[in-house]
Ligand binder design. Sequence first.
Ligand SMILES: Nc1ncnc2c1ncn2[C@@H]1O[C@H](COP(=O)(O)OP(=O)(O)OP(=O)(O)O)[C@@H](O)[C@H]1O
Ligand SMILES: [Mg+2]
Length: 246
Amino acid sequence: MSTPLLQTRSASKHFMGLKAVDEVSLAVNKGEVVSIIGPNGAGKTTYFNLLTGQLAPTLGEVSLRGQVINDLAPHQRAKLGMGRTFQIVKPLIALSALENVMVGAFLRHPRHADARDQAMAVLTRVGLGALAKRRAGELTLSERRRLEVARALALDPEIMLLDEVMAGLNQSETGRCIDLLRSLHEELGLTFLIIEHNLKVVRAFSERVVVLDRGRLIAEGTADDILSSPEVVKAYLGEGHQWTPS
Ligand SMILES: Nc1ncnc2c1ncn2[C@@H]1O[C@H](COP(=O)(O)OP(=O)(O)OP(=O)(O)O)[C@@H](O)[C@H]1O
Ligand SMILES: [Mg+2]
């Protein structure tokens, strides 16, 4: 068994008495697409924050390629190959789409012209090439989501962590976004760990699904294993989530 690309051992985050993430052990191998699902407040975003260094774990270990990275800051983890998007989209609204992506591109391309070229290539890749000069504040939700993907991609990551990157998109926008992620997976060999409420997306894109509930990892399996069981979905996700077996 080769060393997992990204791994946690008993990763936990306690906020006062609340165990937001409770001893989650998970390994993501290079080239995999893994989805994390679970009800609101299950600890999904908090778990991402432990992975990318926005939060320090109360207990447990985060490692990248077998190296423990608990003490590394977010920008150091980015340099080691972790890119992420945020659930709350935070573009720099006064800057152009291109400038937003350049912020990420500077990590590996210190020269302005190189960062600009890299950012333009990434914007083109996500289908925003024609909107490079548009201010981020003037983009539609769907375009802002693509911009988020572009900002993460500009870090030239080995693994992408996407936090509900398709939330709020309509069906055709969601379809195009899945196509984009699939192309990044197949053509660039990127590894993905995604938080996703839309089970159609989970089924279409991921090879393995992990269920978090009240901070704990309660089930893990193939998308078909997890999603073909309405009981599992009802018990773990409750009512009101998109559950559209097809
Ligand atoms: N900084 C914080 N301080 C205190 N409690 C927090 C903090 N961040 C998150 N929590 C709590 O931790 C729990 C997990 O939150 P988290 O945002 O990780 O859930 P989630 O699974 O991402 O939910 P959603 O599907 O709504 O995005 C929630 O009860 C939340 O209120
Ligand atoms: Mg969340």
